[in-house]
Write a protein of this length. Structure first.
Length: 241
């Protein structure tokens, strides 16, 4: 895991002098990055602590009150083992800090998603709450991986209701039986959902789950919808965001 969390700014040319509204005549927008001052904005903790093994999979959001929220997957002390999800908020100096009380949004428990990582968040304006999409597992993501969706108990994203079961778990003989990661939800124009994820087993590729209502999910019959080329530059795939 990468310790800490930082910010960078993107310029449309190497000198970084073009304005954001200017046309990209050089085709370099998103290619040239400069580290901003003040990094890391989320300081690494000292062990022992619930997140002392490092932080990764950061996701930045904004609450309905305008508060900046940063969620991360974080590994605990050696005794606590695997990763959980923590929530930090932005302070007056521009850095982020975990709350002094219960910074984890889903406490550890002996359930199917005891450990959670590769988090991504979406906000439902109608329901006024967040959805957290993630990889969850009880022992090892090579043994019992599942894709989960947890719903927040309010618009601040501070507490989430644990789902009783994953929205998807591969079959023992499936193409993705060995490994799942990085679920990415997309809301369709018809109100349904697509979730893309990376899977590995008999092959490596990007899988697709579809749902008409966000409750019932069906793997696409042609999964994986994107498959690696064993002889190509993308023979290994780790993320679909």
């Amino acid at each position: 895991m990468v310790v800490g969390w930082g910010l960078a700014g993107c310029a449309s040319n190497p000198a970084g002098t073009s304005e954001a509204s200017a046309p990209d005549e050089t085709g370099t927008v998103g290619m040239n990055w400069t580290e901003e001052t003040g990094n890391p904005v989320l300081e690494p903790p000292r062990c022992p602590a619930w997140n002392c093994l490092g932080m990764t999979d950061s996701w930045l959001g904004t609450s309905t009150s305008g508060e900046s929220i940063l969620w991360v997957s974080a590994g605990g002390s050696a005794a606590e083992e695997g990763p959980v999800v923590g929530r930090a908020t932005r302070t007056a100096d521009g850095s982020f800090r975990f709350g002094p009380a219960a910074p984890q949004v889903l406490p550890r428990d002996s359930v199917w998603d005891r450990w959670r990582e590769t988090v991504l968040f979406t906000f439902n304006d109608d329901a006024d709450r967040w959805s957290m999409w993630y990889l969850g597992y009880a022992e090892s993501f090579f043994d019992d991986p599942g894709i989960g969706r947890a719903l927040s108990e309010g618009p601040d994203g501070l507490r989430f209701a644990r789902p009783d079961a994953p929205l998807y778990r591969p079959s023992p003989d499936g193409w993705d039986a060995a490994f799942l990661t990085d679920p990415v939800p997309v809301r369709r124009p018809d109100g349904g959902w697509n979730v893309y994820y990376v899977g590995a087993g008999t092959t490596v590729g990007v899988g697709l789950l579809t749902s008409p209502d966000g409750e019932t999910w069906t793997p696409h019959p042609q999964n994986p919808v994107f498959e690696r080329d064993p002889d190509g530059w993308d023979q290994g795939i780790l993320g679909s965001t």
